[in-house]
Write a protein that binds this ligand. Structure first.
Ligand code: GRF
Length: 200
């Protein structure tokens, strides 16, 4: 079977990266790119023998040359899908256009509610009774692209950001690998704001 070539971009812990590596059968992570030399995701790449490239923003004069380096690596590995997994930088519209509808992200809320940072705390502060996570294609906005999959969890009265994050993270580790599996099966069709799943 010809596996889809995936590149993962991460900045931190890397638990979604690990879930993708372990759970997606019809795709292969060809390369992990981190913008942070201390990212814990680097150790996971070593564990699974996946090439890892550190592209440290501080070493580049501007965003353009930083992103150019990332594009060069992705092209070198012939990546067909980019999965953002806790990547803490906003990609320019140039980058997003370059890989149109070939970049996915996971966000720990039910978008369009609570985009941006600290989504779980935003949900708690607002007082919602359910929250969850969203896998979406990336467009030029922040967490605004067409939604592929969502999963819902309850918000409990005694939740704090840590307990809610842990409950949501379990769902993240299910729906992100599933969304990539569907992409690799060519079953995701972007139609305006909607993502249709063929033969759902
Ligand atoms: C996850 O909560 C994800 O939804 C958000 O950043 C976090 C990354 O966690 N985008 P990890 O590095 O995958 O463990």
């Amino acid at each position: 079977m010809n596996k889809l070539k995936v590149g993962v971009l991460a900045s931190g812990r890397g638990s979604n990266f690990k879930a993708i590596v372990q759970k997606v059968d019809n795709a292969r992570v060809e390369v992990l790119i981190v913008d942070n030399p201390d990212a814990r995701a680097i150790a996971i790449a070593k564990e699974f023998d996946i090439p890892c490239k550190v592209v440290d923003r501080k070493k580049f004069d501007d965003k353009f040359s930083f992103e150019r380096e990332i594009i060069n690596i992705l092209e070198l590995y012939k990546v067909e899908l980019i999965a953002l997994a806790g990547f803490m930088r906003i990609l320019s519209s140039n980058f997003v256009e370059h890989f149109k509808w070939k970049i996915m992200n996971i966000h720990p809320s039910l978008l369009p509610s609570f985009p941006g940072l600290n989504a779980q705390k935003q949900a708690l502060d607002y007082g919602v009774k359910v929250s969850g996570c969203t896998v979406h294609f990336v467009d030029a906005g922040t967490d605004t692209g067409p939604i592929i999959l969502q999963s819902v969890v309850p918000v409990l009265d005694d939740d704090d950001p840590e307990t809610l994050s842990a409950r949501i993270l379990e769902e993240e580790h299910k729906i992100y690998p599933f969304a990539i599996t569907l992409f690799a099966q060519n079953r995701l069709i972007v139609d305006g704001r909607k993502v249709r799943i063929k033969d759902a």
